[in-house]
Design a protein around this ligand. Structure first.
Ligand code: SAM
Length: 265
């Protein structure tokens, strides 16, 4: 393992500080009853801390160079590795592997933070996600309306759970040292499931934010629904005709989803 080559394309920035690793697991609230999914084992530093607290760990790693090292290091433990690109694994396969409810704990590969969150937060078996992300992304996840950070990622995460920034992590804690600082965010999934098609709702949110500075009516306009028609619906329901996406709360988005279901299609 001495001559391991770090691969930028896989977002490989590894951690080693035991106090920090244990703190991440503590913030995740992992107990001996929990099954944990980790994305990106790396050299297994976080895996080890999770393993000490959890009942079982399923850890996904795309870099085949790590197979021998990890398999040997964790031989006979409660950790099972899946050496595949996690995005190539269907929800059905994931469920066959994990078998039920799970917590996600990971120092995420930054190049696929959003796709991973979009996918995992919608997984019906996920209880919570405690993930290391770039601090700028953490700020977007926890943002409130009418701020520059509030956008599609914010709404997508906050529709599905309660978000919190639980730790700030200096870039010097990683090897190789990245260009930006990081933070750990915890997203506690809401237990009740609403009768909403989240894929449709997220598509609607994306459309609403197409051009941030523009009015919602301009972003939502289609051949069938004119700006005027959309503004009429907004005004009839107590919103200003000039409303912009960044002014809408999470509840507003849920409300507008039903009002604009025809447009969403
Ligand atoms: N958990 C380790 C740590 O904290 O030191 C490594 C974290 S590093 C930021 C991200 C890890 O995710 C790397 O080991 C990388 O190879 C792995 N990875 C990147 N893309 C992946 C993917 N699509 N599926 C599974 N693992 C991936």
């Amino acid at each position: 393992m001495g001559n391991f080559t770090f691969k930028k394309k896989f977002g490989q920035n590894f951690l080693s500080d035991k106090n920090l690793l244990n703190e991440i697991v503590a913030k995740a609230g992992v107990t001996s009853d929990d099954v944990v999914v980790e994305i990106g084992a790396g050299k297994g530093a976080l895996t080890e801390a999770i393993s000490a607290a959890a009942k079982k760990v399923y850890s996904f790693e795309v870099d085949k160079e790590l197979i021998d090292y990890l398999t040997e290091k964790f031989d006979g433990t409660n950790v099972e590795f899946v050496f595949k690109d996690v995005m190539d694994i269907s929800d059905k396969e994931l469920h066959e592997i994990v078998g039920g409810k799970f917590k996600l704990v990971a120092n995420l590969p930054y190049y696929i933070t959003s796709p991973i969150l979009t996918r995992f937060l919608q997984n019906e078996y996920l209880e919570s996600a405690t993930v290391m992300v770039q601090e700028e992304v953490a700020d977007r996840i926890i943002a409130g309306p009418r701020t520059k950070d509030y956008g599609v990622l914010t709404v997508m995460c906050q529709l599905l759970g309660e978000t919190k920034k639980v730790l700030r992590v200096n870039r010097k804690m990683f090897y190789p040292v990245p260009n930006v600082d990081s933070a750990v965010v915890k997203i506690e999934k809401y237990k009740h499931k609403e009768e909403i098609d989240y894929n449709k709702l997220i598509a609607f949110v994306k459309k609403s934010f197409t051009m941030r500075r523009k009015k919602l009516s301009a972003n939502l306009e289609t051949a069938r629904f004119s700006k005027q028609a959309i503004e009429e619906v907004l005004v009839d329901n107590g919103y200003l005709a000039t409303t912009r996406a960044e002014e809408l709360s999470i509840n507003d988005f849920k409300r507008l989803y039903w009002l604009f279901l025809d447009i969403i299609g």
